[in-house]
Design a protein around this ligand. Structure first.
Ligand SMILES: [Fe+2]
Ligand SMILES: [Fe+2]
Length: 448
């Protein structure tokens, strides 16, 4: 019997189409990877938009962790796509998909969002990942397969986390109804679209009607008041820590207050490059870790942290770019001296765990300041249309603060003596000197 290799058949359109689900040509894989990059990136931003609506601080911490995971997946997939395609472009796969994402993110309650986004949308993403994995070749596509083997189990964990929260919440009838209504809509929308890969069987018919008259989010006008935590509008430390070094641990605990405003920025800025969201997701997640570090250390010291109020105003939507610039170029940059001094004192006095807490925070803050230096000029250029150097931008912030501007973080400063200086002297203050002037003056480094 003679054997022939049917090259004509192999090259024919019809055969290639049949291969589709089991072998994937490079061009198709590039398209799939681009789609997944877009979806992870979009999902990270949508989740950011819902962080301010989360009433539990622990949920905010986990949501920002997931946001960072998703930007990390997106970056890994993007770099594999770049290898395959020879270019780093990320494009929106289709206008229909973009509209779908926007519609299924607009829920009327936080729980409805959790159920729709994780239990329906994220599940559809896991299906898409698994179908991609099925179509890949263990030798040709091994580098992609390695990535998917890391990503899929993490996505499964994200869903399990959300499932337990929804499971607990729907004992309340109203929430159950809200969850069911929205979840049904999301599921029907995904079916209508053919899944997030827009490749699955659809049942045709008409697009499902958006079931909500007034969505709560993403980016709710007011952030949720946290459950089971005392809040205050002022920045007054509890008496137990006011005259000693433990105040630093309380400061870490309060860092959760910056997470909502940062998430509004993450969600709201749509003209920044992909890399910005990778850096910024890490920055936001770090701030929730700093909060957790502070809470843990205070609890280890025997305090009931639920008795310690966290500064927490209702209105967390500030001018977006200003908030980011002030946070990284003033708040973070100006905190190094006191934090370093606290770390050294902790180690000297034998409070090793507090010393380690301060040390990790300093390491993270170093990269946050680096991120700020990289991105603030880009944000300003996007907004104003012209180039402005980082130094000029910092000068503007300093002038605003020195002149006692009450907008943004300026309202938190307690240094009226700066405003009283003669004009010439005000303008001659250099950044590092400015930092030393707004440092907290009444810190007591002598007492643990
Ligand atoms: Fe921090
Ligand atoms: Fe920071």
């Amino acid at each position: 019997m003679t054997q022939s290799f049917p090259i004509e058949t192999f090259q024919s359109e019809s055969f290639q189409n049949q291969l589709g689900g089991y072998w994937m040509r490079v061009a198709d894989q590039v398209q799939s990877l681009n789609r997944l990059v877009f979806l992870e990136w979009a999902s990270s931003r949508i989740i950011a938009g819902w962080v301010p609506a989360a009433p539990e601080l622990a949920w905010k911490c986990e949501m920002t962790h997931i946001m960072w995971h998703q930007m990390t997946f997106a970056e890994q997939l993007r770099s594999r796509k770049e290898e395959l395609a020879g270019n780093s472009k990320v494009t929106i796969p289709s206008a229909a998909l973009e509209a779908l994402i926007q519609n299924i993110s607009r829920a009327d309650t936080f729980m409805a969002f959790m159920a729709g986004w994780f239990l329906e949308f994220n599940r559809s993403m896991m299906d898409a990942y698994e179908r991609l994995q099925e179509a890949l070749d263990p030798i040709f596509d091994a580098p992609t397969i390695e990535l998917l083997q890391d990503i899929i189990p993490k996505k499964r964990k994200h869903n399990e986390w959300a499932r337990l929260i929804v499971h607990e919440a729907v004992k309340q009838l109203e929430l159950l109804q809200s969850v069911n209504r929205f979840r049904t809509y999301v599921r029907a929308s995904l079916l209508y679209a053919g899944g997030v890969d827009e490749k699955q069987e659809t049942f045709g018919g008409v697009a499902p009607l958006f079931p909500i008259t007034e969505p709560l989010g993403p980016a709710p006008r007011k952030r949720a008041k946290p459950n089971n935590v005392k809040t205050t509008d002022e920045f007054i430390p509890p008496v137990e820590v006011a005259d000693n070094l433990k105040i630093f641990m309380w400061h870490y605990m309060t860092e959760i207050q910056v997470v909502d405003p940062m998430c509004y920025v993450f969600f709201g800025l749509s003209d920044m490059p992909f890399e910005f969201y990778c850096d910024f997701s890490r920055h936001i997640w770090d701030e929730t870790r700093h909060h957790q570090m502070g809470v843990r250390r205070l609890q280890q010291m025997g305090f009931d942290t639920s008795e310690f109020a966290i500064p927490y105003g209702d209105d967390a939507i500030h001018e977006l770019e200003n908030y980011y610039s002030e946070l990284s170029m003033v708040g973070e940059t100006c905190s190094f001296t006191r934090k370093k001094k606290s770390m050294e004192t902790y180690y000297e006095k034998g409070d090793i765990l507090s010393g380690m807490t301060a040390e990790i925070d300093i390491i993270d803050e170093r990269s946050h300041v680096k991120f700020g230096k990289k991105w603030i000029p880009v944000m300003h250029k996007n907004r104003s249309g012209h180039d402005q150097s980082l130094d000029e931008i910092i000068r503007e912030i300093m002038n605003r603060w020195i002149d006692q501007d009450q907008s943004g973080l300026g309202s938190l400063q307690g240094n009226p003596e700066l405003a009283k200086l003669p004009e010439e002297e005000k303008r001659s203050i250099k950044h590092f000197a400015f930092c030393s002037k707004i440092e907290f003056k009444d810190l007591n480094f002598g007492k643990l």
